[in-house]
Each structure stands twice: as structure tokens, then as C-alpha cells.
Design a protein around this ligand. Sequence first.
Ligand code: SAM
Length: 288
Amino acid sequence: MNNKLASYFTERDHELWLTEDEREDLKVSYRIKEILFEGQSEFQHIMVLDSYSFGRMLVLDGIVQTTSMDGYIYNEMISHVPLCIHPNPKRVLIIGGGDCGAAMEVCKYSAVERIDMVEIDKIVVEVCKKHLPEVSGQLSDPRVQFIFDDGVIFAQTKENEYDIVIVDSSDPIGPAKNLFEKSFYQSLYKALKKDGLMVCQSQSPIFHVEVMKQTFQRISDLFDETKLYTAVVPTYPGGLWSFTIGSKGNINLNPAKVSKKKTQYVNQQIIERCFFLPQFMLENVYRK
Ligand code: SAM
């Protein structure tokens, strides 16, 4: 085992364990069956692992990003909710999302004509297509244009082009740090058409309250209407996960628009109810 792997794994009694550092005083360990891919890209350390409890997992810089066990929950929630709000979504931009799961979900809407997927790291896409087909679906829809670039720089060059922007980023460290900055949301505002909307994952309402509050604040300073919604994703710390929508117009949800193609998590009731928030979130975010 090289030094990098030794910093992520421990071997005891012939068992291999990946330990993820959530924060200084919280670590989560997964028992691993097999390392399917391991390598260092220009941007991050990448692994695809086969685990006992979560199936196959994509791990970037030691942090679990998505798994074959529950990746569909996150990917369906970050995609179908904005598509049930925008009245006529034709052009969609996805920033990040290298596991291809969000793009797979957007492809379930026939109204969408083109999806630009701007992922900084080509190797993430290649290894997910090869080793994580449950999440990536080996995406090959001709409406998807892969662009390998930094989402921050790409967004700066766009004006009045997209109906929906989905920011499917990793945590606000490493290459994804700038995807949580106000200047990036300003670029997205400009990149959106006049009735456009954006959505991003805004971290755990329990373990990352400050990131969630700051994300909500930065987006609501720019957009006409901003709303939070949640889903439970067992892979992520604390389970409960938040998403923030910023819209140039009013957020009018139409759950009946949810795709009739097969989903595993979303349905009309989930779309309708995901905006109901627990009391502590209402107090944390909506009360100044
Ligand atoms: N569902 C996941 C989560 O919440 O942890 C996110 C998964 S997705 C794999 C995140 C992707 O964002 C990664 O593939 C990473 O390479 C990409 N990414 C990070 N920073 C980026 C940037 N500045 N521009 C474009 N893509 C970026």
C-alpha cells in the first residue's frame, strides 16, 4: 500500500477499512471488499471501492461522494425538483456531477434539448462510467455535452443561456471551494435566462450549519426567491442533506410534471413535501 492509501485505510484481522475524516472529532469507517480503481489526477485523489454496506463508492480525496446503494436519492433530488419548477426547461447546465448521476436524471425529461456538463476532472467521468454503472448509467444520451473545465471559469463566460443550472459539487474544499463563493453565484445569475433558476447541494443542516446558512444567504442576496429543501442520504454525515434553490422568478412547484420514467426515490408526494423543513432549519435559515 502506498503512503496515500495508508493514510485512508487500516487493515485489521485481514479486514480492510476506509476511514473518512468528517471533522476533527468525527470519523466514519467503511469495511471494504476491494479497491477497484485508485489514482491521482491533476485535481484530486480518486478511488472507486467496493464496500460491504454501501456497494460501490466514488471517493475523492478520501471523502465518499456517491454510492451504488443510495446515490439515486441525491441525484434524483438535485435534478427532478428544479425540473418540476421551471415551466419550460430546454437548456440545462450541470457543474460538477462527474459521477453522471444528475445528468442521467435530467435526461428523463423530453423537454430538455441540451445539457452542458462542466466537470473539472475527466478521470472522474471515465472511472464512474467504467466502475459505477449503477450511478452513471454509462450515460450516452446525445443531448449531453461533456465540457472538461473549471465550472467557475466556464460560468463567467455565459450570459442569458440556461433555464436551469445544477451545481453538483463536492464539499467546499479543494477544487470545489470556489463553487460556494458569492462571485460564482453572480456568474450563474448572469448565465441564466430571465425566468431561470439554480440549485446546489448546501451540505448538512446538522453538521455544516454555517455552510448551509452562508449558501442560503449568498444566493438570496442575488435571486428573487430562494428556498431550501431536504432529503435523507445515508452516505452523507448525519443523513439529512440540504439543497438550495435560487430563482429569478417565483418558485412555483408543479409536482405533476415529475418524469413518468422510472425513478427510485422521487414521486409527486416527495417533490411536494421536500420543502417542509424541520423547526431548527427554519430558525437557522429563515429567521435573521
Ligand atoms: N454528490 C456528491 C456530493 O454531494 O458529495 C457530489 C459528487 S460529484 C462527483 C462532484 C464533482 O464536482 C466531482 O467530480 C469534482 O471533480 C467536481 N468538481 C469539483 N470542483 C469543480 C469545479 N471547480 N468545476 C467543475 N467541477 C468540479
